[in-house]
Structure formats: structure tokens, C-alpha cells
Write a protein that binds this ligand. Structure first.
Ligand SMILES: [Zn+2]
Length: 257
């Protein structure tokens, strides 16, 4: 009886060990996460859900707070502002009350959840079907990213979790956001009309960081997107998920290369 007991225990321990090893193995290889893609109705800032607005007057701010059912201190806190006058004349993030969020989700305006590997970059725009320039030589010089033509005002999302290391105007790039990620990767989002995030902000994959524009050296509204490793630009198409919508433009991609 005793011997049998040991055998049973050994078997159980072995199975437990096997399960543990498999878990560790799968976590290290396929660590996945659920992310939420900000849309035009619900966006995130500093871990709070709300929406960005251009606020030009105090009564407009009051009306927005009433609509979102939040207090002034909630707005000041998330925007890191000491006083109301610091908010007027700029883009302000207005959080939603729990009730407002629930209502939006019931109306089908909620953010889309996406399961992806935690080391995987995502496309910085919701729908990209055309690339006007790909990575590589263009007119005798290196084009270090992808150009995605979309309407002005389209939401630009962080391609991966990270920390904002630049947000401002940078010559030919126009208004840009640069985010640093783990393992010496950075991503750049250029030619924006508006930047929401500030230097030092921690951002989550899928979070709205800017709006598309045509600032800097640009001939029309588009997002210029770069992925760099140790400052060296890499082809974002090697890192972004497969995008079936791009296939129809394959001939175009070949011509550009
Ligand atoms: Zn470009």
C-alpha cells in the first residue's frame, strides 16, 4: 500500500511538473495579452477612459464635464493641470463616468478588444489598405518607414506599450511622437495635426496618441510610421501583423521597392 502511494504521488508530481514546465514554456514563447483599441468614441490616457476634445472656452469645458458626468478635479488630475486656465486653448482629456462608459458600450461604441502577443507591434491606424511609400530607397535616398494615406484627423495609436520620448515639431517630420519600447526599439509617428501625449507619458498598445495631419515635409494627410532598433530603421512590414487588405496593392509595393 505504501509503495503504491509513493507511485501515485510520483505520478502526480510528474504531471504537476510537466504542467508547470509547459506553462513556463508557453508563457515565454506565446505570452499573449488582451489590448483595447481606442476609437473615436472612447480613448485612454494615463489608464483612464475618456475622450480628447479641443477646448477653447470655459463654458465648453463645463458642458463637456456635464455630458461625461465628471468633476473638475477628475479632469485636472488626468491632464496634470493645476488650474482650469491651463486647459483652455488646448486638447483636453475628459474622463467618462462609469455610467457613461456603460451606455456607450451598450450602444456598440466600445473599444475593440484584441488578443495579441505582448512583443507584437500592432498597426498604428485602424484601416490601412494603401501604402504610398514603403521602406527602402526612394528618389535616391532611404525612406525609413511606411507612409499610410488616411483622412486628416484619423486616430493614431501606439503600436506597442512604451514611454513617450519626443512629442513636438521636428523639421521634415512635422509634428511627431516618438515612443521607446523594451529591447531598444522605438516607433515614430510623423506629420500629425495634433499630438495628445507628452514626453514622459507611459502609453499602452492601442492608445490614441495623435491625429493624422500633413505637417512638415508632406504632400497630403498621411502617417509616416517608423520602427527603429538601436536607432537603425527597420522595415515595419517585417514586424506588423499580416494585413490582408494590403494584398490588393502588391503591384504597387513592388513598383516602389
Ligand atoms: Zn514617409
Amino acid at each position: 500500500m505504501r509503495g503504491r502511494g509513493i507511485v501515485v504521488m510520483n505520478f502526480k508530481s510528474r504531471m504537476l511538473l510537466l504542467v508547470m514546465l509547459l506553462t513556463v514554456f508557453s508563457i515565454s514563447l506565446f505570452a499573449s495579452e488582451i489590448i483595447y483599441l481606442d476609437n473615436e468614441h472612447i480613448q485612454e490616457y494615463h489608464g483612464v477612459q475618456g475622450k480628447w476634445y479641443q477646448v477653447s472656452a470655459k463654458n465648453q469645458l463645463n458642458a463637456l464635464m456635464t455630458r461625461h458626468e465628471v468633476q473638475l478635479e477628475d479632469v485636472l488630475r488626468v491632464n496634470s493641470a493645476a488650474q482650469v486656465r491651463h486647459l483652455i486653448g488646448s486638447y483636453v482629456f475628459i474622463p467618462y463616468s462609469e455610467k457613461c462608459l456603460k451606455e456607450l458600450e451598450e450602444k456598440g461604441m466600445g473599444r475593440k478588444a484584441l488578443e495579441c502577443r505582448d512583443d507584437q507591434f500592432i498597426w498604428p491606424l485602424a484601416d490601412v489598405s494603401v501604402l504610398t511609400s514603403v521602406f527602402g530607397l526612394r528618389w535616391g535616398e532611404i525612406h525609413p518607414g511606411l507612409d499610410m494615406p488616411v483622412p486628416r484627423g484619423t486616430i493614431v495609436r501606439a503600436a506597442k506599450d512604451g514611454r513617450v520620448i519626443a512629442s513636438g515639431y521636428a523639421g521634415g517630420y512635422g509634428r511627431e511622437v516618438v515612443i521607446e519600447h523594451r529591447n531598444n526599439f522605438i516607433t515614430r509617428y510623423a506629420h500629425n495635426s495634433v499630438n495628445f501625449v507628452k514626453v514622459g507619458d507611459l502609453v499602452r498598445k492601442g492608445q490614441a496618441i495623435a491625429l493624422v495631419g500633413t505637417t512638415g515635409r508632406s504632400t497630403g494627410p498621411h502617417l509616416h510610421f517608423e520602427i527603429r532598433l538601436n536607432e537603425i530603421p527597420l522595415d515595419p512590414l517585417d514586424f506588423l501583423p499580416e494585413n490582408p487588405a494590403l494584398q490588393v496593392n502588391e503591384h504597387r509595393l513592388k513598383n516602389w521597392r
